[in-house]
Write a protein that binds this ligand. Sequence first.
Ligand code: CO
Length: 186
Amino acid sequence: MILPIVAYGSPILRKKAVEIDKNYPDLKKLIEDMFQTMEASQGVGLAAPQINKSIRLLVIDADGYKEDEPTLEGFIKVMINPTIIEFSGEKILFNEGCLSVPGIREDIERYDIIKIKYQDQDFNTFEETYSGIASRIIQHEYDHLEGVVFTDRCSVLKKRLLKSKLIEISKGITNANYRMNFPNKK
Ligand code: CO
């Protein structure tokens, strides 16, 4: 089932999401729905708050970008209860967008390397290190679980320039070609 994506301005995108355990109801179905929703909107990652659930769950499928970026081949992940335990390497600028913020792309600075601990959909625990674009995608989705949207990481000046556009998005003034829920739509 394709779920509507929550737009910028929704309070749920500002909440710190909570951990879940294996008793969380219909988790398998929710994960399937998130993959389907992400595919329908041509995203590479989706965090649960973006489909209106404030839980620590994110999905990633960047395999489609392997032609341009061979390191992304097979990069398909479900991460439950993730914690980034270390940031390292250089800070790098890279152009980001977000399904909750359609029509806006900005260069965002982030650390190159992360060490992350998480559980998969069977609640097996992993500790892994990522760099490059894979690390970038994880950090963006992880931010959603912390109540952070990528535009928060822009400079003060850039944020000022984006302000009216972000207000428009919250009102539903956007040309996103996938289903969304807008907090301030009349
Ligand atoms: Co996003």
